[in-house]
Design a protein around this ligand. Structure first.
Ligand code: LRH
Ligand code: MN
Ligand code: MN
Length: 388
């Protein structure tokens, strides 16, 4: 059995990054239901992220999305974050909310529009220089709705050219995270639809380009842990955007729809000894809390990832290997299921207490008075939304 102290040590080192936009108002294309107390500015989003870190102890970085988090002085924003006990993580680019991008951003047939989109990618590296961020995250909504609408192969060439420009602009310890998504908003062909496309572009670019797996971006039934294992073996897994999905890109709380899948993913991470931050994988959340309260939902998600990780750390690797090599199908499966079926909540509560945290972070947040404080302070109708 794994040494309980080693399990706790690994959990102490775990880091999960929260998304600034998860604290803001969001919705479906049918309706955004605003919530009282939601942040009005990037600073307030960071303040909320700092609260999540305060109660969980394992969420010390917050990802920004530009232009949603545009400010005049990014160095000052980074100092503001540091004063609150967090740092700015990945810089997400946004080339999907401008009239010009109707037919694509970096793959648009119009070279002028491609220039504008690529300039935004370069601007994001300037922001990273100011914030000290290491990760530049790209998700391209680019694609086409109808066969023949544009040339599939030309679009790959245009994509490669924009990626190359951005890659060449990266500093010494900065890197690109290239996210893929099966469909939406393009419905016939998306230019980066799957991990293979992302992987191939990253290989072409070089060592500073890696794949980002958003767990909501696959066809139903896709074996995501296989993708994780494959990319880890190739040294090309850079990050996760964790969230849950029942149907498509639902962006629900991580571990809510399929906690077993989250466990299987985290097991591949543990199997590759890739949990420690020194391995370089950025474990981010990418969620939208449309009807539930934002901060408790993000705390819940962080805890869900932590629980899945704790179970993965409990896998008896020696027993599993022995059963696998003996061809013991049922025995090997039982080793994995034993770990998954362990109730790790008492161990995690103990670990938090040992680290000076409340054993129940959601309850502690509710008792803290922070929610009442932000509802009172942010009551002027200027809340930030998805896109603000
Ligand atoms: C696209 C996506 C991508 C965006 C975010 C807001 O669906 O997952 O990561 O940046 O949503
Ligand atoms: Mn995402
Ligand atoms: Mn998404």
């Amino acid at each position: 059995m794994p040494d309980p102290n080693a399990v706790k040590q690994a959990l102490r080192a775990q880091r999960i990054e929260t998304p600034s936009w998860g604290y803001a108002n969001s919705g479906t294309r049918f309706k955004v239901f605003p919530q009282p107390g939601v942040p009005r500015t990037p600073e307030e989003k960071i303040a909320d992220a700092a609260k999540v870190h305060e109660f969980t102890g394992i969420a010390p970085t917050v990802a920004l999305h530009i232009p949603w988090d545009r400010v005049g002085d990014y160095g000052a924003l980074a100092r503001y974050a540091r004063d609150l006990g967090v740092t700015i993580g990945a810089i997400n680019t946004n080339v999907f909310q401008d009239e010009d991008y109707k037919l694509g951003s970096v793959t648009n047939p119009d070279p002028g529009i491609r220039r504008k989109a690529t300039d935004h990618l370069l601007e994001a590296v300037d922001i990273m220089d100011a914030t000290g961020s290491k990760d530049l995250k790209f998700w391209f909504s680019d694609g086409i709705n109808y066969p023949g609408q544009d040339d599939l192969r030309d679009r790959q060439d245009r994509l490669a050219a924009a990626l190359r420009e951005a890659y060449d602009r990266l500093g010494e310890d900065q890197r690109i995270l290239l996210e893929y998504k099966l469909f939406e908003p393009a419905f016939y062909a998306t230019d980066v639809p799957d991990w293979g496309t992302s992987y191939a572009h990253c290989v072409e670019l070089g060592p500073k380009a890696t794949v980002c797996i958003d767990t909501g971006h696959h066809a139903p039934g896709t074996n995501i842990e296989f993708i994780v294992a494959f990319l880890l073996r190739q040294g090309k897994l850079g990050a996760f955007d964790f969230n849950s999905r029942f149907y498509a890109d639902d962006d629900l709380m991580a571990g809510a729809a399929d906690p077993f899948q989250l466990f299987r993913i985290m097991w591949e991470i543990v199997r590759a000894d890739a949990l420690d931050p020194s391995h370089g994988i950025n474990f981010m959340l990418d969620q939208c809390h449309n009807i539930e309260a934002k901060i408790p939902a993000i705390i819940r998600s962080v805890l869900n990832v932590q629980e899945a990780t704790a179970k993965a750390l409990l896998v008896d690797r020696g027993a599993l290997r022995t059963a696998q090599q003996a061809g013991d199908v049922l025995g090997a499966n039982a080793v994995l299921m034993d770990a998954y079926n362990t109730d790790v909540r008492p161990m995690l509560a103990e670990l938090r207490a040992e680290n000076g945290l409340d054993p129940d972070p959601v309850a502690a947040y509710h008792r803290s008075g922070y929610q009442e404080k932000i509802v009172a302070e942010r009551a002027d109708g200027r809340q930030a939304g998805w896109g603000a």
